[in-house]
Design a protein around this ligand. Structure first.
Ligand code: 6GU
Length: 244
């Protein structure tokens, strides 16, 4: 996969992509990430990327020319998804991450809250994504969030020991509680079942814990997944017990 990122602040990307899973994915050549400074795609002497809005009002608007020039330089004749990071976009979730992980290439444009010229939206961008209902100063942090969630989906990105399929949200449920050594820490033990060596029983307990945790913390997620009849009865019993 190749990801091109258009930004006014290329230095913001140096830390997060140099560590951990993304770095490993780059080293293994599962992904290449190319950061472009939008200013490099201006053609005026002052390298101007924004201007005040027609009609007046506060803030600055990203000009269309550098964005079109950059996207066209990157994609040539190819059809590549162009994604604008903006609080006005569709909400990013695990399903969106899985969808983007199927692309061979994508271009991410880091918007700014004041906005980008609407002609960029209408004639250049194929998708708009927001990472949540709050305002960030720019799309850069959002782009890093999207890249992290997408890259960890790529086969081989996680070590052999882990798989993205077991993450919270991958199943549509929150993850079950995890424990490691010591068996007793400050007097607090570990659930007996995890020490039993009975793998079927452990799997059952973990599934129940995932269901319970999701019921208590994110009941909205339960509406969107397929449960067995047995699991539905378990949750109904627990929901009734919880409301007593
Ligand atoms: Cl993608 N951009 C900005 N500026 N703010 C956001 C966002 C994106 N997603 C949530 N808030």
């Amino acid at each position: 996969m190749r990801i091109d990122i258009l930004t006014l602040f290329p230095n913001m990307f140096s830390g997060p992509f140099d560590e951990s899973i993304i770095k490993r994915a780059i080293d293994r050549q599962l992904v290449s990430i190319v950061i472009h400074n939008l200013r490099d795609y201006t053609s005026d002497r002052h390298r101007i990327v924004d201007d005040s809005p027609y009609g007046g009002g506060p803030g600055m608007v990203l000009k269309p020319e550098p964005l079109f020039a950059a996207v066209e330089a990157i994609r040539g004749e190819a059809q590549i998804p162009v994604i604008l990071l903006t609080p006005q976009g569709r909400l990013f979730d695990q399903r969106a991450a899985e969808e983007l992980a199927t692309y061979d290439q994508m271009i991410l444009i880091c918007g700014h809250y004041e906005g980008v010229d609407e002609r960029v939206r209408e004639h250049l961008v194929s998708d708009e994504i927001s990472i949540g209902d709050y305002v960030l100063s720019g799309g850069e942090l959002a782009a890093m969030v999207v890249v992290d969630a997408v890259v960890r989906q790529l086969p081989g990105a996680l070590g052999s020991e882990a798989s993205a399929g077991e993450d919270s949200h991958a199943s549509g449920l929150l993850e079950y509680p995890q424990y490691t050594r010591p068996q007793v820490f400050r007097g607090w033990g570990v659930p007996e079942v995890l020490l039993s060596g009975n793998h079927a029983k452990i799997a059952r307990w973990r599934r129940e814990q995932s269901l319970l945790r999701t019921l208590r913390r994110r009941p909205d997620l339960l509406e969107r997944i397929n449960l067995t009849d047995k699991e539905k009865r378990f949750l109904e019993k627990e929901a009734a017990a919880g409301s007593r």
